[in-house]
Ligand binder design. Structure first.
Ligand code: PGA
Length: 320
């Protein structure tokens, strides 16, 4: 019998919800990915686990048996993890992290999952812009930082863990909302709302347009992603934001992403710490957790699937 723990976890979630869509949302997977895991588990076990009666799915007799075992196995593993964590001195530890304003749209999901795995760890989280993060690193005020790529001259170690596409958003009634392949130059006729100086998003935006010899008309300078979204909805201008910040507004039809040539600009997220810093067991556990799980927990969320069009490797070309 060849089965994986992942298949058992996915199966347990579907069996609990008796619904593939809800299980997919809980696991941050797509629905086809969930169905595939269940199919593979059925294949390995040589048993059918669900049956469809009308619109609803039900557990078969074999499914009920497997569910009991799946829960036991998961519980045993959780216990094992807790025992090992205690041995490693992780219990009762404190984690001090600072994250870029924009990263705060996905960091709570990571922290939620991390805290379930290490319930005894206390987390102190600061949310601030790029400039302040760099200062906190140089003054050794935090264990770890999550930010866009730090400048090459900063005395830090940085590991990439996830993509961060930047997109241009407009209100749904905007003249360009339905236009396909908008030429970059057309943006010069629009007004843009920009983040405060010191924001990584703003730095990436300015670099992108200045490299192309373009000068954008900027309207209000706005100190947060939330305020930019509100202002864009109010018709005060276009916004250039991380795709992760607008999931909800896009789903509700309050904003649209414009189909602009050369977009999205592809930035990346990095896990950063001061070079030579001895990370505590807790900080090491969090770093390893994010590096190995973030993509799965956040990146595969259906709302965040990679854009299909060609992307601009902003980070790949420049060290900032
Ligand atoms: P922020 O961004 O400082 O604009 O919130 C993060 C980054 O992309 O560096």
């Amino acid at each position: 019998m060849h089965l994986t723990l992942r298949q058992l976890k996915v199966f347990e979630s579907v069996a609990r919800h008796l619904n593939y869509t809800r299980a997919a949302a809980e696991l941050h997977l797509t629905q086809p990915a969930v169905s595939m895991q269940v199919k593979q588990l059925e294949g390995s076990l040589g048993a059918v686990l669900f049956e469809q009666l009308g619109k609803r799915i039900h557990l078969t007799e074999a499914g009920k048996e497997v569910l009991g075992y799946a829960r036991n196995i998961t519980q045993q593993l959780d216990e094992l993890e807790a025992v090992l964590n205690r041995q490693k001195g992780l219990a009762g530890g404190r984690l001090r992290i600072s994250v870029a304003t924009t990263a705060n749209y996905f960091v709570p999901t990571l922290l939620g999952s991390f805290s379930r795995r290490y319930p005894d760890i206390t987390v102190s989280l600061d949310v601030t812009n790029r400039e302040t993060l760099l200062r906190q690193l140089s003054e050794n005020l935090v264990d770890l930082v999550i930010m866009g790529r730090p400048p090459a001259e900063a005395d830090v170690e940085a590991e990439v863990f996830m993509e961060n596409p930047l997109v241009i958003v407009a209100p749904p009634e905007h003249a360009l909302a339905r236009v396909k392949k908008i030429p970059l130059k057309r943006l010069q006729e629009e007004v843009f709302l920009v983040r405060e100086p010191g924001s990584g998003t703003r730095i990436a935006m300015e670099r992108f347009f200045s490299e192309r010899g373009m000068h954008l008309r900027t309207g209000m300078e706005v100190g947060s992603n939330e305020a930019i979204k509100q202002s864009v909805q109010a018709g005060l201008g276009l916004g250039l934001l991380s795709r992760a910040t607008v999931d909800q507004e896009l789903a509700l039809g309050q904003l649209v992403v414009l189909d602009v040539a050369e977009f999205p600009i592809m930035r990346h997220w990095y896990m950063v710490h001061r070079r030579g810093k001895r990370l505590s067991p807790v900080a090491r556990a969090f770093r390893d957790f994010v590096l190995s799980e973030a993509k799965q927990l956040i990146g595969q969320h259906p709302a965040r699937l990679k854009p299909r069009r060609r992307i601009n490797k902003d980070d790949a070309r420049r060290p900032k």
